[in-house]
Ligand binder design. Structure first.
Ligand SMILES: Cc1ncc(COP(=O)(O)O)c(C=O)c1O
Length: 480
């Protein structure tokens, strides 16, 4: 084994035991055209620990994707591994439908002990099929059943999953277009300072005049109360406290509080999708805690299963109008996910990893701000806790009314590739896939944070210099 350091990246070498090229070629030939990460991150992971993945190519990678935000404790955390191996050794049944088990009982106890206050002491849980999308489906059906209404209110930029109902409330036009409409959904404007739906900005991007956050609230209230507004009585409103796939857009706390008020006054159940933000990622255990509001239905998946598939909704008891079997699924009793989830929640709470995510996220964000000062191709940086994004733009393109330049997806893709070449795994998201996203484990170390920043800065520089429409000035900065 040799260890070499290149471009600030610690590129460890381990003896390859498998042929990565053959594996990748077979995957490309045999798997569907819909595969995603496999296209843009052509690596074959063989071992992993914490924030580091070892590839079959003999290299090590700093993982700032962590299973799309799933691995709160990183790869193979000892607590999670112990919980799983102990359960396997105990002879406990691994598949139990929705039967009661000691493992499920312990998980339920742990989860109930840390849910946002305000959901009520008699909060109900429903274990769903193991994906976030299935939990979103469950939340929508629960709200529809409880209210007798069908229409769901959802936001521009929102992402809630790929099954029919979840896709209907998702904003992504490209994936929706080939399919029939998935239900009665009314789209509302999510406040976005940089890609402002009203073109006026908010917070630091607002120059003068109206504020995008205020306009969003005013529009929503007036629309809901307009007898000619076209919105039939809503069954629920679904929202993310920080839009993740939509390009890392935090909802302002005061906006979320106002949304809570608007829904409460009209008897509309508020569904908070914390599939990606939950379990400490944004600097609080639940992102909703930043604003202090409590939803009526909380949707959880990803980190809640400690890296194994699990999805749960928690909701106010008075919504529990479901008949037996109203939302079933064969895989609702994943015992290994339950023990892994219990171990994860305990470790996050014991070590205050949510607060650590807040601190490390602040450092990461400050580093991104510095990079944005250096490169005009980084149009905006934003996020909360360890859920961060840098939007890559064409600085020579026309500025919109907020001053935002056109997205540059090609350059963003080049940045991702240059990161990977240097041993850093990041993904893209947001409009036109132009936002470089950072979602490291909450256990990432301060040194690893610095390394991620230095690789990212290097990678952006390299991508800018090799971008086809660019030439480089004397200082080495890319200009068009
Ligand atoms: C906010 C949010 N909701 C729902 C989902 C869907 O989860 P899954 O991919 O497990 O179906 C995701 C996935 O990224 C998500 O980020």
């Amino acid at each position: 084994m040799t260890i070499s350091t290149r471009n600030g990246a610690n590129v460890g070498r381990i003896a390859p035991a498998v042929d990565p090229v053959g594996i990748l070629e077979r995957q490309q030939a045999r798997e569907s055209a819909a595969r995603t990460y496999a296209r843009t991150l052509p690596i074959v992971p063989v071992r992993a620990q914490g924030s580091v993945i070892h590839g079959a190519d003999g290299r090590t990678y700093l993982d700032c994707l962590s299973g799309a935000g799933t691995l709160a404790l990183g790869h193979n955390h000892p607590d999670v591994v112990r919980a799983i191996t102990d359960t396997l050794a105990s002879g406990a049944p691994l598949h139990t439908l929705d039967l009661a088990t000691p493992e499920k009982d312990a998980f339920t106890e742990e989860l109930r002990g840390c849910l946002p206050s305000g959901l009520g002491d008699d909060v109900k849980l429903h274990f769903c099929g193991p994906s976030g999308a299935d939990a979103v489906e469950a939340a929508i059906k629960l709200a529809q059943t409880a209210t007798g209404n069908h229409t769901i209110l959802a936001f521009t930029g929102g992402y809630h999953g790929m099954t029919a109902g979840a896709l209907a409330v998702t904003g992504n036009v490209a994936v929706k277009s080939p399919l029939p409409p998935g239900g009665s959904v009314v789209r509302l404007p999510f406040p976005h300072p940089y890609r402002c739906p009203f073109g006026v900005g908010s917070g630091p991007t607002r120059t003068a005049g109206p504020d995008g956050v205020e306009l969003s609230l005013r529009y929503i209230e007036r629309l809901l109360d307009d007898p000619l507004g076209g919105v039939t009585s809503p069954a629920g409103l679904i929202v993310e406290a920080v839009q993740g796939e939509g390009g890392v857009v935090p909802a302002p706390d005061h906006w979320l509080r106002a949304i809570r008020e608007i829904t409460r006054r009209r008897g509309i159940p508020l569904i908070l999708d914390e599939v990606q933000t939950g379990v400490g990622r944004t600097g609080r255990l639940w992102a909703t805690q930043h604003s202090g509001i409590a939803p009526d239905i909380l949707v959880m998946s990803k980190a809640i299963g400690g890296g194994l598939p699990m999805a749960v909704i928690a909701y106010r008891a008075e919504l529990d109008g479901w008949a037996p079997g109203a939302h079933t699924g064969t895989f609702r009793g994943n015992q290994l996910a339950m023990v892994a989830g219990t171990a994860t929640l305990r470790r996050v709470r014991a070590d205050r990893l949510d607060e650590q995510a807040g601190r490390l996220g602040a450092r990461l964000l400050a580093g991104l701000v510095d990079i944005a000062r250096e490169y005009s191709q980084v149009g905006d940086v934003r996020g909360r806790g360890l859920m961060l994004g840098a939007e890559i733009v064409d600085p020579s393109g026309p500025a919109d009314t907020v001053g935002a330049r056109p997205a540059d997806p090609r350059l963003a893709a080049a940045v991702r590739s240059e990161c990977l070449r240097r041993g850093l795994i990041v993904e893209l998201g947001g409009r036109h896939s132009a936002v470089v996203r950072l979602l490291p484990p909450l256990t990432i170390t301060p040194d690893q944070v610095e390394r991620a920043l230095s690789i990212l800065a290097d990678a952006i520089g390299a991508a800018v210099r090799s971008h086809p429409d660019l030439h480089v000035d004397e200082s080495g900065r890319g200009i068009r």
